[in-house]
Design a binder for this molecule. Structure first.
Ligand SMILES: O=P(O)(O)OC[C@H]1O[C@H](OP(=O)(O)OP(=O)(O)O)[C@H](O)[C@@H]1O
Ligand SMILES: NC(=O)CC[C@H](N)C(=O)O
Ligand SMILES: [Mg+2]
Length: 505
């Protein structure tokens, strides 16, 4: 779950790209990048770090042009080396740059094809560089000096035929336009919108509608699964369905945790979905223990706040902010490596003792994944003097890996894998643990929206919507992407000298 943005504007768009990336920062904290284009030249800056650290005034001054794309990264493939920050660039044909949110599941086969049949070179282990080369090769095969929209859409169709997995993509074809496209299952989110300026209409493509809102763009709509939008540099907007059998199976974890609550994804308000999650969870609690003795409901900031609020309302119990969050520490779950994640929970959250002393507290989180957060939080609640510590999760137990762009590659890192609710409760030290039921989560998000046929709920039920994920693949990603494997790689990365195309540091 990285953040992507593309803009076709009427004046320099570097500041707009920067602002959009800061709004999408919650989708990736490891690296940031943007590329702009003017008079056939590209200006690229990318590096590890937050948006505010990667782009200093001296870089911004050089990022000129009315068109460009940007990215914030949370790695799910390759390494966290700055060489794998995005956008990626290939010089042929035309000069193409690309930024990607998601994860390709047939990346090794594609990398082989690219080398052996397409005669292309790649310089990193990033799946996004692979995807760029597939797209570039397919566009190049059209053999045009000047690509038309038909050529561009035909190349996207070929990408859909060759690439497997989840992907939302922005790409810039130097001198021609900016393209956005979504995988045939619509797993990862992508929207586009427009704003009117004195110079004319400007367009933006982004991961989440909140980026459009904040920059004064009006949401036109989500891209449909398999669909592409192509905006030429002179401001002509074209859309086309490029997949054979598209079906909408959006990732439900976007609604649980990944997206900002003020975004609307596939017509669903994330905020409202989270309120409904709180309502359903309250009903389950009342069902399990009609005569419960909960004195106070306390959210674990930030993401669980919305559902905790509605849960407390429904239970008729006080809602209290018992934990204060350090606003300068980022999101824990998307940090690379368990040591950093563990350390960050204590740095990030501190208890207000008087909300806990002598009380039966119900702590609410949006999800329990590795258990890093809840274990420490429950201990803090006890140290603050709670009588009983109950815990509930607005999402069901996370028991299976994600292969479509969330870095949960290893079942052994998931606290609920092969464990019952009671076993997890004992492990995290809760006196009572309640998980949302999957059907209730689906109903909370679906909320009567019939156009969503089926969500990707694989982390909860182990059913992968693309239908091509087998045990062999899952064992493979566990081997290459688990925390243990990444720690070993880290040593290797530090010793690597990178060849990459960022402008001067
Ligand atoms: O069980 P775990 O492996 O700890 O993962 C789950 C936790 O991580 C996330 O919080 P995070 O700190 O990333 O972000 P937030 O501030 O948006 O809640 C999520 O909201 C849970 O609190
Ligand atoms: N989280 C993502 O969307 C990651 C994009 C891409 N797979 C990478 O690792 O850079
Ligand atoms: Mg959290």
């Amino acid at each position: 779950m990285c953040g992507i943005v593309g803009i076709v504007g009427k004046s320099n768009i570097n500041q707009a790209l920067y602002d959009a990336l800061t709004v999408l920062q919650h989708r990736g904290q490891d690296a940031a990048g943007m590329v702009t284009s003017k008079n056939g030249r590209l200006f690229l800056r990318k590096d590890n770090g937050l948006v505010r650290d990667v782009f200093r005034t001296r870089h911004m001054k050089e990022l000129i042009g009315n068109v460009g794309i940007g990215h914030v990264r949370y790695p799910t493939a390759g390494s966290s080396s700055s060489a794998e920050a995005q956008p990626f660039y290939v010089n042929s044909p035309y000069g193409i740059t690309l930024a990607h949110n998601g994860n390709l599941t047939n990346v090794e086969q594609l990398a082989k094809e690219i080398y052996e049949s397409d005669l292309r070179h790649m310089n990193t282990n990033s799946d996004s560089e692979v995807m760029l080369n597939v797209f570039a090769h397919e566009l190049s095969r059209r053999g045009k000096l000047q690509p038309t929209k038909e050529d561009v859409f035909a190349a996207v169709s070929r990408v859909h035929e060759r690439c497997r997995g989840g992907y939302a993509v922005v790409s810039m074809i130097t001198g021609y336009g900016v393209l956005g496209f979504r995988d045939p299952h619509g797993i990862r989110p992508i929207v586009f919108g427009q704003r009117h300026t004195e110079e004319g209409v400007e367009y933006m493509i982004a991961s989440e509608s909140v980026a459009l809102d904040v920059l004064g763009f009006k949401l036109i709509r989500d891209l449909a699964p398999g669909e592409a939008v192509y905006i030429t540099e002179d401001g002509q907007l074209h859309t086309r369905q490029c997949a054979k059998d598209p079906v909408l199976n959006p990732c439900i974890f976007e609604q649980v945790y990944l997206a900002r609550p003020d975004s609307i994804i596939d017509g669903v308000s994330v905020y409202k979905a989270r309120l409904r999650m709180g309502e359903k969870l309250a009903d389950k609690i009342l069902n399990e223990r009609p005569d419960h003795d909960i004195d106070v409901v306390i959210p674990i900031p930030d993401t669980s706040r919305t559902s905790a609020l509605e849960l407390a309302n429904r239970l008729g119990v006080k809602y209290r902010e018992g934990f204060v969050k350090n606003r300068y520490i980022g999101r824990t779950f998307i940090m690379p490596g368990q040591a950093a994640r563990k350390k960050s929970v204590r740095q990030k959250l501190n208890a207000i003792d008087l909300e806990f002393r002598g009380k039966n507290v119900m702590l609410v989180d949006d999800s329990i994944v590795r258990g890093t957060t809840c274990k420490q939080i429950i201990q803090m609640a006890r140290e603050a003097g709670a009588k009983n510590v109950y815990f509930c999760s607005a999402a069901p137990a996370v028991r299976y890996p994600n292969v479509y762009g969330i870095d949960m590659p290893s079942v052994h890192e998931l606290i609920a894998h092969n464990r019952t609710t009671e076993e997890v409760a004992a492990l995290i030290g809760a006196d009572w643990l309640v998980y949302q039921d999957l059907q209730d989560l689906v109903d909370s998000v679906g909320g009567g929206k019939i156009q969503i046929e089926k969500f990707d709920c694989a982390v909860f039920d182990g059913k992968y919507v693309t239908g091509d994920i087998d045990d062999k693949y899952l064992q493979h990603i566990e081997k290459v992407r688990s925390d243990l494997a990444l720690t070993a790689q880290q040593v290797a990365n530090n010793a690597t000298i990178d060849l990459h195309n960022s402008s001067a540091g």
